[in-house]
Write a protein that binds this ligand. Sequence first.
Ligand SMILES: Cc1ncc(COP(=O)(O)O)c(C=O)c1O
Length: 446
Amino acid sequence: MSDTKFSNIAQIIEQRIDKGDYPVNAKLPTHRVLASELDTTPATVAKAYKLLSDKGRLESFVGRGSFVRSQSDLNQVIQAPKDEDDFNFSILQPCLYKNVNALQNAYQVAGERLTSELIGYTEHSGHEAHRQAGVTWAKRYGLEGGDTCNTVLTNGAQHALSLLINALTKPGDTIAVEALTYPGILAIASLSGRNVVGIPMDESGASPEALRSVITEHQPKLVVLIPSHQNPTGITMPEARRREIAAVIKQEDIWLVEDDIYGFLNEAAIPAISNFVPEKAFHISALSKAISPAMRCGYIKAPADKVALLNAHIRANIWLSSPINNIAGTHLIESGKAFEIADMQRETASERQRLARSILTSISCDAEGYHLWLPLPKHWTTEHFVMAAKNRGLIVSSGSYFEVSGNEENHIRLSLMSIATEERLAQGLGELKALLESDMDTLFPF
Ligand SMILES: Cc1ncc(COP(=O)(O)O)c(C=O)c1O
């Protein structure tokens, strides 16, 4: 059998997956059936399936067959519920109904404050008062050394990540990230032709020794880390680990992007990694997770000599971060309301974590923050669990979306904040518990 034969067959199968002829989670035809359709041998099809399985497109189970795997795709991580009765555990956002009044008020104030200066084109670095608000916000949660000259306004943290990756690396370069990470980073890398390498983690987050080995082996140009309530593992790096990571970055030829979007969820502020290596660090914060993702208010604290470069990218891409949103965000920060809301959301998250532990009694971790990284019992595979949950109106995120190198994490990520009331959350968690305890083989008798 020639190499080209089975790779041609693999290509045909991949095209069918991409076109949706074989949808995600669908069972693929047996080797024999596909071989007769494509006029080849079952052994060639088996080899093609193996190739696609190594590429992460398929998952094969002895005795059950091969199934189409979901790709790390932002659309799938955050899913709009099909039906208003669905329980949506997939979106990491604050408990929004609690913030609506404050937000309406902030936009009313913003409306009253609009002047002709504020509604026109202005410097792409934005207004000084808005940058000062970003400095005040990030300082409260552990960032030192921010000022209006080294702070850049962005349209949220995702924009900040994309801006930094594009400004600091070029296509073909490698970016180091935690071995399990926020798929928004993977999406930027894949769309912009950057390679990604995962840094193995332990219970304190990315390991400094592993970071050093990754740097030696792959020479990444920058490392992106999520130090607080990491998405998806929920790990918060203690100060000692932050110092160790900063020490590695100081010695090596690499930039740090510290995505601290969940920093406000720490009960007591923990010093940012950036504090220990400010000359090489870009620190990201935003109002999306405490107040509302619709505001798109994000802030980068950068080394002073890189601010002009970042602002040149801002100007080329969006001209400037929306001053109207920034007036509302700045009002919330200056009036102290933003911090009150952040405290209230943190408390809501803690109550919901307690509720989750009382229902899903198998949870051994004592996670805080908006989500849980839940290991599945051995009798479930992730993709089957996600599919079975979806069929019951329980929308959860598959652990596979967060994997950098397809290590087969048998986990799901559960957001505890996007379901409006505690009563509904308890109901949804109860249904998840029943599913976790049920037998996959009776639901998928292949
Ligand atoms: C780690 C991390 N960074 C960035 C973002 C995107 O934030 P924003 O809505 O501010 O763009 C998210 C959203 O889930 C996230 O989890």
